[in-house]
Design a protein around this ligand. Structure first.
Ligand SMILES: Cc1cc2nc3c(=O)[nH]c(=O)nc-3n(C[C@H](O)[C@H](O)[C@H](O)COP(=O)(O)OP(=O)(O)OC[C@H]3O[C@@H](n4cnc5c(N)ncnc54)[C@H](O)[C@@H]3O)c2cc1C
Length: 422
C-alpha cells in the first residue's frame, strides 16, 4: 500500500540541501517529509564553507546565532606559493563588507544546526530515517518514492506526495533514473586527502589559506572550531590535493586515506607561519576523495520529480560552493512553490533560474576557481620563489581573478549589499 500525502513535498536525503529545503518550505507553510537512507545522522565529513550568499539564507531562517556559536567566521583569504611566500590576500565575509558572514564549519556541525531546527520546527516525525529511496515514479497527479529499509533491505511502503525532490547527493539514485545514459563522472587526475587537526591558530586564526598548485601538491587550510580545549587550540581543517596515477572509482565521503600516498609532496613544507607535515601527521583521521564533477545536465525535472544540490550539479570542491549552491537551490524552489500553486510552473521557474546558474559554477570550478591565481604565479615564475610579487603580477590583476569568480557564483559584494539595501 502506498502512503499518499497529496499536499506534501517528499524530500530524498537529509543532507545540507534536504534539511535546508525542508526548513525553507516549512517557513512558507508548505508541508514536507524527508526520507533519509542512514538510520542515524552522525557528524560526518570535515570542513565546509558557507559563503555570504548562502549564509544570508540561513541567517534569514534565524540560524545565524547557532551557526556563529559553532563555526569560525572567516576573516581573510590568503594565497601562497609552495615556498610559503604570500601572493595575495583579501578580507572575507563581514570583514569584506558583506551583510552576512562566511561560515567555516565542520559539515557535521552545519548538518546538526539544520537537523535540530528541522526537528524543532517541522517535527521529528517528518524525518524518516533508515529509508533508502530506490526509485521514483509519476502516478497520476502524484510522485511516488519506492523505499527500502537500509538496515535490513526489506521493502517499505511506497510514499506518495505532490512532488519529489532528490537531495540525495553525488551518488543520486534519482539522477541516474532521470538520466540513465549519463557517462561516468569526470575525473581530472587529482585526489584530495582531508583531515582535521587540533592545533594552535594559524595566521589570524580565521584565515582561509591556499598554498601551492596541484601538480606538485596543493593545500587548503582553514579553522572550523574555536578554542576546543580551553587552551586556545582550534580544530583546523586541511585538504591536500595531488596528481595521482590511479583513479578512485567510488565517490565515498568516508573512505580512509593513507598518509604514504601524498605525504612526500608536503614533507619539506616548513614555513615560518606553517609546519605542514606536523599539521597533517597530527590529524585525527585522514579521508580520501577523488576530484570529480559531472557535466551539467540538460534538465533536472521530469513531471513531478526534480533534482537539487549535489544530485543536480556535483562540482569539484575548489570554490567553497557545494553547500552554498545547494542552499540557494533550496531557497529558489521554496520561493517558487510559495509563489505558484501550479507545481509544473514552479518547477520550470526553479530549473530556469538554477540550472544555468549552477552550470556556470561547475564549469568555472573546472578551469578558473579562485586559486587559479596560484597557477598563474607558478607559470609566470617557472615554479621558482620570487623576490617581489609586484614584479610578477599586479594586485589589481589578482583582485580581478577573485572578483570574476564571485560574480559567476553569485556572491559579488555589490549585488549582495544592494540586496540587503546597503
Ligand atoms: C557523509 C558525507 C560527508 C561529507 N563530507 C564533506 C566534507 O567533508 N567536505 C565537503 O565539502 N563536502 C562534504 N560532503 C558533501 C557536502 O555535504 C555536499 O557537497 C553539499 O553540502 C551539498 O549537499 P547535498 O545535500 O546536496 O548532499 P549531501 O550533503 O551529500 O547529502 C545527501 C544526503 O542524501 C542521503 N542519501 C543518499 N542517497 C540516498 C537515498 N537513495 N535515499 C535516501 N537518502 C539518500 C545521504 O545519506 C545524505 O544525507 C559530504 C557528504 C556526505 C554525505
Amino acid at each position: 500500500m502506498s502512503e499518499s500525502r497529496a499536499n506534501e513535498v517528499a524530500i530524498v536525503g537529509a543532507g545540507i540541501a534536504g534539511l535546508a529545503f525542508g526548513l525553507l518550505l516549512h517557513a512558507r507553510g508548505i508541508p514536507c517529509r524527508i526520507y533519509e537512507r542512514v538510520d542515524k545522522i552522525e557528524p560526518l565529513g570535515v570542513g565546509i564553507n558557507v559563503l555570504p550568499h548562502a549564509a544570508r539564507v540561513l541567517d534569514d531562517l534565524g540560524l545565524g546565532a547557532d551557526l556563529e556559536a559553532r563555526a569560525i567566521l572567516a576573516r581573510e583569504s590568503a594565497f601562497f606559493n609552495r615556498f610559503g611566500q604570500l601572493i595575495y590576500k583579501e578580507p572575507l565575509g563581514r570583514d569584506a563588507g558583506y551583510p552576512s558572514p562566511q561560515y567555516s564549519i565542520h559539515r557535521g556541525d552545519l548538518q546538526r544546526v539544520l537537523l535540530d531546527a528541522f526537528i524543532d520546527r517541522v517535527g521529528g516525525d517528518r524525518l524518516i530515517l533508515d529509508a533508502a529511496c530506490i526509485g521514483a515514479e509519476q502516478t497520476g497527479d502524484e510522485a511516488t518514492l519506492r523505499l527500502q529499509r537500509t538496515s535490513t533491505g526489506e521493502p517499505l511502503p511506497p510514499a506518495s506526495a505532490a512532488l519529489a525532490v532528490a537531495c540525495d547527493g553525488v551518488n543520486s539514485v534519482i539522477r541516474k533514473q532521470l538520466h540513465p545514459h549519463e557517462g561516468k563522472p569526470n575525473y581530472i587526475g587529482f585526489n584530495m586527502w582531508r583531515g582535521v587537526t587540533r592545533h594552535p591558530p594559524i595566521l589570524t586564526g580565521a584565515t582561509m589559506i591556499r598554498v601551492g598548485w596541484l601538480e606538485t601538491g596543493k593545500m587548503v587550510i582553514y579553522p572550523i572550531r574555536d578554542d576546543i580545549d580551553g587552551d586556545g587550540n582550534q580544530l583546523i581543517n586541511w585538504v591536500a590535493e595531488l596528481a595521482v596515477a590511479e583513479q578512485l572509482d567510488e565517490r565515498d565521503w568516508n573512505r580512509e586515506g593513507r598518509l604514504a600516498d601524498f605525504m612526500p609532496a608536503f614533507e619539506d613544507w616548513h614555513f615560518d607561519w606553517l609546519d605542514a607535515p606536523t599539521l597533517i601527521r597530527s590529524a585525527d583521521r585522514i579521508l580520501e576523495f577523488p576530484m570529480v564533477d559531472q557535466d551539467p545536465l540538460p534538465f533536472w525535472t521530469k513531471g513531478r520529480i526534480t533534482l537539487m544540490g549535489d544530485a543536480a550539479h556535483p562540482m569539484v570542491p575548489r570554490g567553497s560552493n557545494g553547500a552554498g549552491q545547494a542552499i540557494l537551490d533550496a531557497e529558489c524552489l521554496a520561493d517558487e512553490l510559495a509563489r505558484s500553486a501550479d507545481h509544473a510552473s514552479a518547477l520550470k521557474a526553479y530549473e530556469d533560474k538554477r540550472l544555468e546558474a549552477t552550470s556556470r559554477v561547475v564549469l568555472t570550478n573546472r578551469v578558473a576557481p579562485p586559486d587559479i591565481l596560484i597557477k598563474e604565479i607558478v607559470d609566470r615564475t617557472g615554479d621558482k620563489p620570487f623576490d617581489n610579487i609586484d614584479d610578477v603580477i599586479s594586485e589589481a590583476e589578482l583582485a580581478e581573478i577573485q572578483r570574476r569568480y564571485k560574480e559567476i557564483s553569485g556572491y559579488d559584494l555589490e549585488t549582495l549589499r544592494a540586496r540587503a539595501g546597503l
